[in-house]
Design a protein around this ligand. Structure first.
Ligand SMILES: [Zn+2]
Length: 90
């Protein structure tokens, strides 16, 4: 059985890469930030993703290399998939 908190985590993971890309609206960003403040699990995930992005920026890449983005998204997707246990999204 899923708790409300678990559903929020799943939604957050779906938004995380766009959050780090700066691709969310102000309202969405606020909701993500609020969730990260009280959810250590999602915060760890966000931190490691953000760290990857920062490293790439420091290395002088204007954009994330495609394979880095793809791997980060694949990791998020696999987390979502294990949580969803087989329900596919179209
Ligand atoms: Zn969470």
């Amino acid at each position: 059985m899923k708790t409300a908190a678990e559903r929020q985590c799943r939604r957050l993971l779906e938004q995380l890469s766009r959050y780090i890309d700066g691709d969310l609206t102000a309202v969405e960003r606020k909701a993500v930030a609020a969730h990260l403040r009280r959810c250590p699990c999602c915060r760890t995930m966000a931190d490691s993703l953000k760290h990857t992005v920062e490293l790439c920026h420091e290395a002088g890449a204007a954009r994330l290399p495609a394979d880095v983005t793809r791997r980060a998204r694949a990791r998020i997707a696999s987390l979502l998939a294990s949580d969803r246990s087989g329900r596919s999204r179209t």
